[in-house]
Design a protein around this ligand. Structure first.
Ligand SMILES: [Zn+2]
Length: 62
């Protein structure tokens, strides 16, 4: 399932795929809008979910 973030500047929804959550989101602090290229801060809750997803994924595949 994809997560959805809305741009703070232009309101454009940005779908965040599981792979991006797992590999990138929990170490990144900002994500750039596809539409206006402005940096949006990644919410703490989403980072926490991403960290958990990454942990679960790599534990399963070890
Ligand atoms: Zn935008």
């Amino acid at each position: 399932m994809d997560y959805l973030m809305f741009c703070d500047y232009c309101g454009m929804p940005k779908p965040i795929g599981e792979h991006i959550m797992r590999e990138y989101f929990w170490i990144a602090s900002h994500v750039y809008c596809n539409n206006c290229d402005k940096p949006n801060e990644i919410p703490k809750e989403l980072q926490e979910i991403a960290r958990q997803m990454s942990r679960d994924y790599y534990e399963k595949n070890e």
